[in-house]
Design a protein around this ligand. Structure first.
Ligand SMILES: OC[C@@H]1[C@@H](O)[C@H](O)[C@@H](O)c2nc(CNc3ccccc3)cn21
Length: 606
């Protein structure tokens, strides 16, 4: 009859063993290779037995491609993979780190720093489930998310990808894994990968381990920590991820006490695989093994040897896949890498593919294309925006609170000022449509905060928008406006481009605050991937709101500013006074924040 591995009624391990014993070394090494989609022709897939394909940030079939075009592309690559001798389906992975963020018209949710402020793990689980549907709408079954970093220094360019500085809060937010993958089955085996069905996706807990603890927050740098500090700060979210059946774990570019994680066998193999009993597969980061040497790729045979022997099972080799395959083949044939290591890697990869039903459902489900950007998901994102906002000041001493704002301004007009009030790209931040993100309003479908404000106020109210009002404008209009909403913040950035040692509000934000708030009543809304230096302005503003990176559903900000909902958000990380204090986290001996971890004023809805 049919080969046992093709029979879904066979026990999982029977299928794995039956397939593994049939595989040549080339087919095994092919399964361990993940290449960039632009190289993934049907011929390459078939001839190199490629097991996985990725979209790097911004890698799309065409600009503003519709779901149907994504489906066609993914299916075409899959056809190539299935035409190989054993017909092992390929696994397509993409970064869906705050919605399906590479895809035009996808719902973009608040980045993780804002989700941490909601203190709502159930909401975050629903977000995972919604994102899974939007990812499946494009025929993709695997996401490089969630980032479960515990960011300990906001000078790190990726701090917004971290739910919190507090490991317990990050542990709670691993609920997103159960949203992505579905809940583990009652009889599930601890550490076994678990994807419930074809409306779920395989997830990836990243970046293992200590990515959020590097010195001065320098991206991809060195985390100095005792074993106790590591286990009490950076490791806890991985316990929860493994218990929740996370299918994959991505290794961090960073080092731990001087040892590169991509070459760290004691942690990748002995701790994660043996001690924590993780039974999914470990994937490298993008050219992560190349970066084991300085300069990167200086000794690729050594890189391959160290990475694979450390316990990496699948290697993200976007372009140099033939070199990887040749070098690994050589290392196995000359006995440097035992076949048992290769077999462990392939078993783990096959376990994920069999468990998630990829052999039975290798192609996209075209009935799901309508899930992308669905209004129901946008409403969920709008709720998340509302709950992510943190109210840091409301009313000057001895004065009544400014928020919630009245929807009818007595003088008939309000001022909205600042670059970030009408900039969809900036309110989404990095990892949106492109790797680094974009400014402006043409990148995708969404609602700016200005749009939201205009919809929230009474029709008769005149909303005047001035991106960068100078002192003259304010002088001429001193009595015209009842109050102003000033929206300023950071430009979009990702990874190392976001590393920043001073954390001040970029120009012309401070000038806008001085000009507007020095003249009329104002609420400042800060759009940023982390706390910034605000102490100099605290006295002059009437109210201050941290909005983080809210995503496409900007009207969630107006919902709370105008009292349809109350402020409930609580800081997911310490708000420092100046960068000279950093790193400074709750629990530290010297703790002198402007606003402490957990702080957040509340308002009642009208
Ligand atoms: O996009 C794949 C991975 C991502 O999952 C990791 O979290 C992140 O560390 C990561 N960095 C790169 C390298 N940068 C890059 C991004 C987009 C296109 C090309 C290179 C790729 N990736």
């Amino acid at each position: 009859g049919a080969a046992k591995y093709k029979d879904p009624k066979q026990p999982l391990n029977t299928r794995i063993n039956d397939l593994l014993r049939r595989m040549t070394l080339a087919e095994k090494i092919g399964q361990m290779s993940q290449i960039e989609r632009e190289n993934a022709t049907a011929d390459v897939m078939r001839n190199y037995f490629i097991g996985s394909v990725l979209s790097g940030g911004g890698s799309v079939p065409s600009p503003n491609a519709a779901p149907a075009e994504w489906v066609r592309m993914v299916n075409e690559i899959q056809r190539g993979a299935l035409s190989s001798r054993l017909g092992i389906p390929m696994l397509y992975g993409i970064d869906a780190v705050h919605g399906h963020n590479n895809v035009y018209r996808a719902t973009i949710f608040p980045h993780n720093i804002g989700l941490g402020c909601t203190r709502d793990p159930e909401l975050v689980q629903k977000i995972g489930a919604a994102v899974a549907l939007e990812v499946r709408a494009t025929g993709i079954p695997y996401v490089f998310a969630p980032c479960i970093a515990v960011c300990r220094d906001p000078r790190w360019g990726r701090c917004y990808e971290s739910f919190s500085e507090d490991p317990k809060l990050v542990q709670q937010m691993t609920s997103i894994i159960s949203g992505f993958q579905g809940e583990i089955p009652a009889n599930g085996r601890l550490g076994a990968p678990s994807v419930s069905g074809q409306r779920n996706v395989a997830a990836c807990a990243k970046h293992y381990v200590g990515d959020g603890g590097t010195t001065n927050g320098i991206n991809e740098n060195n985390t100095v920590a005792t074993f106790h500090e590591l286990l009490s700060i950076h490791m806890p979210p991985y316990y929860n991820a493994v218990i929740r059946g996370v299918s994959t774990v991505m290794v961090s570019f960073s080092s731990l006490n001087g040892v590169k994680m991509h070459a760290n066998r004691p942690f990748v193999t002995d701790f994660l695989k043996t001690k924590l009993r993780f039974r999914g597969f470990v994937i490298s980061d993008y050219e992560g093994i190349d970066r084991l040497t300085t300069p990167q790729h200086a000794d690729y045979v050594l890189s391959v040897k160290l990475g694979i022997l450390a316990g990496i099972d699948m290697v993200m080799i976007p372009y140099r896949y033939t070199e990887f395959i040749d070098d690994l083949t050589l290392l196995v044939q000359n006995g440097t890498i035992p076949m048992s290591r290769i077999d462990d890697a392939v078993r783990r990869i096959l376990r994920v593919k069999f468990t998630m039903g990829l052999f039975e459902h290798p192609y996209a489900d075209p009935s799901l294309t309508g899930e992308l950007g669905k209004q129901e998901h946008r409403d969920l994102a709008r709720e998340a925006v509302r709950k992510s906002l943190v109210l840091l000041k409301n009313g000057k001493p001895g004065e009544k609170p400014l928020l919630p704002l009245p929807k009818k301004a007595y003088g008939g007009s309000i001022l909205v000022a600042g670059s970030h009030a009408d900039d969809l790209g900036s309110q989404c931040g990095g990892w949106t449509i492109t790797w680094q993100g974009l400014t402006g309003n043409n990148l995708t479908a969404g609602t700016t905060m200005l749009d939201g404000i205009k919809r929230a106020v009474e029709p008769a109210i005149d909303v005047v928008y001035a991106k960068n009002p100078d002192a003259g404008f304010m002088q001429q209009n001193k009595v015209r406006f009842d109050y102003a909403i000033v929206v300023v913040g950071e430009p979009p950035y990702a990874e190392t481009f976001g590393d920043n040692l001073n954390l001040t509000i970029p120009a012309p934000g401070p000038d806008v605050i001085w000009n507007v708030c020095g003249s009329i009543k104002c609420v400042v809304v800060l759009v940023s991937g982390r706390p910034l230096v605000v102490e100099p302005y605290i006295g002059i503003v009437d109210a201050l709101v941290a909005a983080w990176l809210p995503g496409t559903e900007g009207q969630g900000v107006a919902d709370v500013l105008f009292g349809d909902y109350g402020f409930t958000g609580k800081l997911s990380r310490t708000w420092f006074r100046s960068a000279e204090q950093l790193p400074m986290n709750a629990g530290d001996a010297h703790y002198d924040p402007l606003f402490p971890f957990g702080f957040g004023l509340e308002t009642q809805p009208w």
